[in-house]
Design a protein around this ligand. Sequence first.
Ligand code: AP5
Ligand code: MG
Length: 214
Amino acid sequence: MKIIMLGAPGAGKGTQAKMIAEKYGIPHVSTGDIFRANIKNGTELGMEAKKYMDKGLLVPDELTVKILLDRVAKEDCAKGYVLDGFPRTIHQADVLEEALNKIGDKIDFAIDVDVPDENIIRRMSGRRACLSCGATYHIEHVPPKAEGICDKCGQELVLRDDDKAETVKNRLNVYHEQTQPLIEFYEKKGVLKSVDGTVDMKDVFAAIVGILGE
Ligand code: AP5
Ligand code: MG
């Protein structure tokens, strides 16, 4: 099963993608997590990506597309995957489709997690992220067991550099301009499903399971 998560920054794509990955036994592939891991490790790719991420801009397609295609070509992705944060432009969607066509494959579901802009900024300021394992918390909704420490790997939790209010506003603008058109793109392909992302995360997940099947 090949799934794409769509939705604004902070809509809950990562939260839901992790639950999908666990339930259906497929890898969670997040381009944002891949970039953050590279930043943390000080790689050249990380340094380049950070210039754009800190401003709330998209990392150029030349950097992003190859990384994603290499990742989904790995053995563990053979039976499917859930993509979180990719594609983010029509060009990225076209490249992915072309790559899948070549192996006689296609995307099964594009799930749009729908959350209005007003809710987003409030959510982001409370988010805490683990840059080591990619786990996400929220100081009110999903607090870690020990303050500031990741439950899963024991590393320190941080407020992402791009979660500052001003940058979140830029990310929302970029989302509306460059990523939102993908909703229509996948609707035309007949694979789009929308869920209300404003309800409790367990209920969002229940709606997704209703779409994907038990
Ligand atoms: P990326 O890491 O993909 O960030 P994003 O799309 O901006 O999305 P977020 O990770 O911020 O939000 P999310 O939807 O995953 O929400 P989450 O589940 O954490 O990308 C970062 C940057 O990398 C981009 O800006 C760009 O520069 C670059 N990049 C990445 N991919 C790229 C690409 N393909 N092309 C070009 N550039 C790329 O939830 C948010 C918070 O809300 C959490 O605290 C969570 O606990 C809480 N929460 C979740 N669900 C609920 C709920 N139902 N109720 C209450 N709280 C909730
Ligand atoms: Mg995310």
